[in-house]
Design a protein around this ligand. Structure first.
Ligand code: ATP
Ligand code: MG
Length: 239
């Protein structure tokens, strides 16, 4: 069984089928990209894998066991962590507070603070520990999301558009953080609209359109797939 396996997952919101019998698997240490147009179901898929959304049908297994019904915080303790597409934080928390909260899922307070400070340094936010996240630049907010992931000692992370809104030069820092995590053995599943980034990082891509998986292949093969071009690349090749 693969490290992460999504088997026949369907999610209905009332009459809307957000995910329709989606299956794919991710091997340990892989970087897999998920692409698809707006509203395709990508964030819903991450919600199901990370325990925030109960699927209507289907199964997700991680590290050899079904994880359906297991709460997000218990999954984080087992090393399965996600980032959020919309970066949210409380107005009176510092960057260090935010990352410490993540580190507390795995460590007692004193260690969590130290570990959070190290995570901030690892993503390049050393010196910005006491900044309020709302006042950070978009790039730093994205790096803060990565620091939160790192602080939980992940084995597998689900990254939901961590590059969105960044210029190509601003993507260099988060790309380097992701590559470094992957070198250390962290499995990465990433939803991304910034095509040059995902093409560079992912070894395999899954394409979702209107809740259906329409392709799964290497980045090179995906670029030539007519269904993918019709559904998605019309808008995104120059992104
Ligand atoms: N909690 C919910 N209740 C009802 N409908 C929902 C809910 N969450 C998502 N949807 C719908 O499910 C579909 C898939 O949404 P989702 O956010 O997963 O798409 P996405 O691929 O992440 O899109 P984007 O690229 O814009 O982030 C959309 O039609 C959305 O409106
Ligand atoms: Mg989304």
């Amino acid at each position: 069984m693969a490290f992460l396996e999504v088997a026949d997952v369907t999610k209905r919101f009332g009459g809307l089928v957000a995910l329709n019998a989606i299956s794919f698997s991710v091997g340990q240490g892989e970087i897999v990209g998920i692409i698809g147009p707006n509203g395709a179901g990508k964030t819903t898929l991450f919600g199901v894998i990370s325990g925030f959304i109960a699927p209507s049908q289907g199964d997700v297994s991680y590290d050899g066991e079904s994880i359906i019904g297991i709460s997000p915080d218990r999954l984080v303790r087992r090393g399965l962590m996600r980032s959020f597409q919309i970066v949210q934080s409380f107005a009176d928390m510092t960057a260090l507070d935010v990352v410490t909260t993540a580190a507390l899922t795995r460590r007692p307070m004193r260690e969590a603070i130290d570990y959070a400070a190290q995570a901030l340094i690892r993503v390049g936010l050393g010196g910005k520990e006491l900044k309020v996240p709302l006042t950070l630049s978009l790039q730093d907010k994205k790096l803060l999301e990565l620091a939160k992931c790192i602080a939980t000692d992940p084995r597998c992370i689900l990254l939901d558009e961590v590059m969105a809104g960044l210029t190509m030069s601003e993507t260099a820092a988060p790309i380097a953080v992701i590559q470094e995590l992957n070198r250390q053995g962290v499995t990465i599943v990433m939803v991304e609209h910034v095509m040059p980034v995902i093409m560079r990082l992912a070894t395999r891509m899954v394409v979702i359109n209107f809740g259906e998986k329409i392709a799964e292949a290497t980045p090179e093969e995906i670029l030539k797939d007519q269904r993918v071009i019709d559904a998605y690349f019309g808008d995104h090749l120059d992104a």
